[in-house]
Design a protein around this ligand. Structure first.
Ligand code: RAM
Length: 347
């Protein structure tokens, strides 16, 4: 039902209509912009077909509810060619007060975000950063360096430090995956001795799309018969890879960043010995509070700024690897057969 509503939202946005979370659009009723009293904060996600994005929105909406603010989620979906720029321009027209965006392509949305900022809209990024000049601050799940390095270290351990490995990412331009893949390559490059028996045969791209990710996984298994491991820093990619490995009864191991609620069976079967993630809901929650303090307090997103983020307590702004500033949620959680049944109830 939620997905139907969100796809309906995209269609309504395209025809200039709108739904926020406090109203249900009945199929016969078209809500126009004039009907909605207060459009406040919007979460612009990478795509609405991804459970991770819905989990981020859960936290975003929870924080907005605590703050007495209405919230909505918009994002591209596979069945339409609406992109994040168009959605941000729609939100500007609708005089939204705040935007939190997880970028697919920081170049594509640059001008729309600049227009939003010029219009007085508070903009933060989360999960996948936009350029520093296009945001007040980035809400960072964990250090990209730690994520990249730990995925290689864990993967090497899973295959006893020898064999062919492949990476299944999303796209070459997606900011968060691009950073994580770069750190994976640096971990391999800066530790040649340690990984002398490991060969990275390919970085493939599944576009955070299940069909493409499954196809890419099958291609990798066919092209590299001695492949021992696939590392997928994407919840769609890791699940798709694990599903194909299971279907093909392959001995290849899979790890990366995954939702416990989607990966439990693959962790318990050993296809994915363990993986990492964080609570996407906390990212969304933090982002909503960051927008709020941008609007209501003296928060400027400068290094050293501190703000109170509801149940997540005081948070401090630090410098980010892209030359801007960020608020780091924490460290990546290791998710294995010891704790996946607990974490799957959370995200
Ligand atoms: C996918 C998206 C998201 C990323 C997770 C790990 O859901 O690419 O941006 O943070 O995977």
């Amino acid at each position: 039902m939620k997905r139907i509503l969100l796809i309906l939202l995209i269609c309504l946005l395209l025809v200039g209509c709108y739904i926020n979370d406090s109203r249900e659009a009945s199929k016969k009723e078209a809500i126009t912009l004039d009907d909605v009293e207060q459009l406040s904060y919007a979460l612009v996600v990478k795509d609405i077909n991804n459970e991770y994005m819905h989990t981020m929105f859960r936290g975003f909406k929870m924080a907005c509810t605590e703050l007495g603010i209405s919230a909505l989620m918009v994002g591209p979906d596979d069945s339409s060619d609406v992109n994040q720029s168009q959605l941000i321009n729609d939100l500007i027209r609708e005089k939204i007060d705040g935007i939190a965006v997880a970028a697919n392509d920081s170049d594509e949305i640059k001008s729309a975000l600049q227009k939003a900022i010029t219009s007085g809209i508070s903009v933060v990024s989360l999960d996948s950063p936009v350029y520093p000049e296009d945001r007040t601050v980035h809400i960072q799940q964990a250090s990209p360096e730690i994520i990249g390095r730990i995925l290689i270290q864990a993967g090497a351990e899973m295959i006893n430090n020898e064999g062919e490995i492949a990476i299944l990412s999303t796209t070459e331009e997606t900011p968060n995956q691009k950073s994580w893949v770069n750190w994976m390559l640096r971990e391999l490059d800066e530790n040649k001795e340690k990984y002398s028996n490991i060969k990275l045969v390919e970085v493939a791209y599944g576009h955070d799309n299940e069909t493409v990710s499954k196809r890419k996984t099958r291609e990798l298994l066919h092209k590299y018969p001695n492949l021992k491991l696939i590392i997928a820093p994407t919840v769609i990619g890791i699940r798709s890879a694990a599903e194909v490995v299971c279907e093909e009864k392959s001995s290849v191991k899979v790890t990366g960043l995954g939702l416990p609620s989607e990966m439990e069976q693959y962790i318990n079967s050993g296809i994915c010995p363990w993986m990492y993630l964080w609570n996407p809901s906390d990212l969304g929650y933090l982002a909503a509070y960051a927008i709020y303090v941008c609007q209501t307090g003296t928060f400027t997103g400068k290094e050293g700024d501190i703000f109170e983020a509801g149940s997540l307590g005081n948070r401090i702004v630090t410098s980010s690897e892209d030359g801007g500033t960020e608020i780091v949620l924490g460290k990546p959680l290791m998710i294995s057969s010891n704790n996946v049944s607990m974490w799957k109830e959370v995200f």
